[in-house]
Design a protein around this ligand. Sequence first.
Ligand code: UDP
Length: 404
Amino acid sequence: MNTNPDSVPSQPLKDNKSQPKILFIDHAGVMGGGQYSLLDIARHFAGSCKVLLFADGPFRERLQQAGVAVEVLAAPRKVSGVSRQATLLQDLRAVAGVLHLARSVAKHARDYDLIYANGQKPMVVSAFVARLANKPLIWHLRDTLTVQFESRLHLWLATTLANCFVARVIANSKATAEAFVQSGGRADLVQTVYNGISVAPFRAVTSEQVAAARQQFGVGSAPVIGAFGRIAPWKGQHVLLEALPQLPGVHVLFVGDAIFGEDAYGKKLREQAVALGVADRAHFLGFRQDIPLLMSAVDMVVHTAVEAEPFGRVLVEGMLARKPVVATRGGGTPEIIENDVSGLLVPPSDAKALVVAIGGLLANPASAQRLAEAGHAVALQRFSLEALLAGVMRQVDDVLARHR
Ligand code: UDP
């Protein structure tokens, strides 16, 4: 397994005319981290690619605004409703729908050189498409394949289909690459290409905008923590709430929504804030489009995943916004943050450790500044959008060359 991340562009990006024709497949209509990343990749291939979505929503609009051809092939409910921990019965009920969807996708695939599945569900469908249409298939793996997230049947199915039908697995961190291999995936299929994020929207934020945003928070000069990410139990927002009573005067902005149906958890968080007596300091902003501004306006970014975070774009975004980042150790996080050098790492599900880390940064602005500056340099150097695009291009070229 080569887990060396493609962190430095090694060749100039191609112009549209010489670009390969790629059919991207994604299951989501909403914007999660995987969709933001695909938006950047597909925008780069605009003019020679199409994105097929299995659900309609804001992702389609964002792709269209970016000039990317996009089409929605709505998945049958029995397919779209399959969760990562689905039962055998639910999986069996989805089989006919998957095959039906694969036949529809195969008709589109004939016009393209390569199929690019952005995530696990698209890979399962695309495995059959690759066979039907005789096209090479890349799987961009953005999930941690472990029993904490997936049923054993799904782990077996994903790795077996990949081993048989996928030409290359692009893992978004060494941790996801290793989890794939641990689950039975072929080590020779995997290459790590880190996510990359454009610094431009962060540089465009002005001090006037920051001042206005802070005024809108209505918290005066009180310290403000930003907790960015979708609302989901494994993202661990409840642990930050647990820490808040021990951080007097500190406010938290929870920025994100329960985009994949975790509404009950969102409700529980609000109840927890009331029960802990911190409801006036826990602000639930819902899904926001102005992340660079919000990140620039908070005093630090805290990420509290309680399970292995596959990558964690929000960590890099916090670094690009020049904020000290506190994150839980696990998954791809330690590949992004070196503890006490470019941010702080704490154990997952440990509210006391969070209190110490956050309290320490607030008490020592010079140390917070040092971590923020070091983190900023790391984000620019290792997690740039250019590096992501160059890494993806390299894998695409290699897969096509081997297929010919
Ligand atoms: N995000 C957003 N609005 C929100 C919350 C999050 O645009 O209200 C973005 C965030 O900036 C990041 C992405 O959603 O780019 C989340 O990616 P990450 O890798 O952190 O988590 P994932 O959703 O992939 O688990």
